[in-house]
Design a binder for this molecule. Sequence first.
Ligand code: CRA
Length: 820
Amino acid sequence: MIDKQFEKEEFKKSVKENVKFLYRKTLEEATQEQIFQAVSYTVKDVIIDNWLKSQKAYEKQDPKIVYYMSMEFLMGRALGNNLINLGAYGEVKEALEELGLDINCIEDQEPDPALGNGGLGRLAACFLDSLATLNYCAYGCGIRYRYGMFKQEIRDGYQVEAPDNWLKNGYPFELRRPEYAKEVHFGGYVRVEWDPVKNENKFIHEGYQAVKAVPYDMPITGYNNDVVNTLRIWDAEPIVDFNLDSFDKGDYHNAVEQENLARTIVEVLYPNDNHMAGKELRLKQQYFFVSASLQAAIAKYKKTHDDITKLHEKVVFQMNDTHPTVAVAELMRILIDEEGLGWDQAWDITTKCCAYTNHTIMSEALEKWPIELFSRLLPRVYQIIEEINRRFILEIQQKYPGNFEKIKKMAIIYDGQVKMAHLAIVAGYSVNGVARLHTEILKNQELKDFYEMMPEKFNNKTNGITQRRFLAHGNPLLADWVTDKIGPDWITDLSQLSKLKVYADDEKALQEFMTIKFKNKERLAKYILEHNGVEVDPHSIFDIQVKRLHEYKRQLLNILHVIYLYNQIKAHPEMDFYPRTFIFGAKASAAYARAKKIIKLINCVADVVNNDASINGKLKVVFIENYRVSNAEIIFAAADVSEQISTASKEASGTGNMKFMLNGAPTLGTMDGANVEIVQEVGEENAFIFGMSSDQIINYENNGGYDPDFIYNTDPEIRQVLMQLINGTFSSDTEMFRDIYNSLLDKRNMPRPDQYFILGDFRSYAEAQKRVEEAYKDEKRWAKMALLNTACSGKFTSDRTIQEYVDDIWHLDKVVVKEN
Ligand code: CRA
């Protein structure tokens, strides 16, 4: 049933009134951006009613709550998604049309709230969508960065970063909640005082700097169930009262420092994906939002419950990677210092409330903090971690007497560093990986010692994505077609897609499916022309790799293969070659020089290839600027081939792979991350698998690597490609790509040349690409493959993932908000 506010006449009236009140303008005078704001306020009105209703239902039903603790939430735009979930997209689209407005243009006015880097942050956003849709009470807890993920501009082929001032015009879908502000303390020292009543030491934190954490709430709408949950992100403000106090004491300097701390702490998202920079400000950010979120969660619990020792019956904190792991020590601090519990009781509660998800085995991503920094910034929390560590080491000694290797490998504090993963595993009651292969590698390699000591904690939760955003909203043509064929239940039960399998040999259905794909390719071609000024042919194969730029993801393998194809076409102009458009989209961390060079290389190759008339447009290379959630939706819908070519064992799961599959693009990939499960679902004959296995890679790594020289020496075509990196083919500056060349071949490259086995997998990749071409030439075969990818993608909904978290880890209660 459609809400009254979305009856067209009501809706139009409300939009006009909002334009008037907000801007003192008529609709005709208002800009598109102002109309976006007005429309959003109308939608928010409806959401607020459901938000209140949800809160009332939660108060009455008192369900267990999951707090999803995450440094990142890559939300993407809210307007369209909210309309989809409220079941009002069509209605509003028509109402806007009647006002002479195009809903796509209005949606395009919204800045992407980009409070995340890549997969991990987008996963958090999909999880919130699924939690609300499945009727679970959940809070997302994070930071309201003033500047989100930087905007990427490409100038002269180089990435240039521009600030993402997403709050510039005010964000309509947020609500400031000053009444829930909390204080967070940094620095200072811990004074120990004897408590004669309790007959024990008291620990008093003094001389600290304080920051006020002020929450902003964003509504998270469930699909057609009136549920509205909350993403609570914290802003930092100086504490005014304390300031005045400081002035009185003449402590001017301290007052200024507190003011500075408040200003800098939430300033900007660290733009690293899968990499730890180790900056002090980052640890401040972590503690800031964790402390505020825990304080708020406990205050909320205490409002309606009086036994703090039963906290775990109503509350669970899920730690999204180690970034929020300081939560376990902060929870101990609150329970001991503020709630007055003893250590054992506090530990019992903490270890029943905290659970940890691991998202990577990349060693440079593992968080380790120098003791000096940690104890200076968080003296009381550090004390508690020391005690956790002391007790854990005793446990190790008891279990493995005399085995000092175990202590060395497993201690939380060792070698002058605090190891956050070890803390998370020791204090968490659950440790999960994000795809089957990844969890197996954790158990058998990276976390082997922990798995042997506490196997009951380890479990797998294969990632998922929300079909509401990545099919219903991003690909309306296919969404309508699917609904036409199997009804609308797939929107909340993606396993229904398997019913599409009966159309795998139905010529009419296959043709419809491919016609939709073609229209989506035209839509993307239009976007590329408008935003990149490159003309691409929607009849060519759209071969797409979009994801963060990282050496392990091997965009370099892709572009080297493009060069190889280019050489082939030039050498054999008569060769039968199906036209191909290679599309890239990727942001490189601002400080990751080699990744930025790879972007430059892609653009330089594009320049040469796209402007070489002699190849008759058979090859095109496009780098889409500023890849982000909003253009991702358009890109996935238009893909023929999904490039998932990471070095096996390195990509914990991947989630882009699932979005492509859902939209009918077969995977060209390695047996890595969730690709393994994708292939299992769709069948090997409907994917293009290549490359070394994770066992082979790990085997090489444990035995000092492999020899890329041998390949260079014995394969002249690969050698030619490598030569072209340094002989001026793609840049008049022959030194331009020297570093990339050296990364593959120079013995001095650390830790070893071609660390990611690009040359090792090159031939196998080229052969797989050949198979792609052969398959594509056979129209019927390809259509069947594409359709089967959509039909077999049901497993990869985040609804399934969330239900598994609920069943195995969180044990939440379903709530009812919508009365029938
Ligand atoms: N970079 C993994 O690399 C995975 C996501 C979400 C990552 C991806 O393979 O799909 O997490 N890891 O689980 C990560 O951020 C800190 O580790 C990612 O997004």
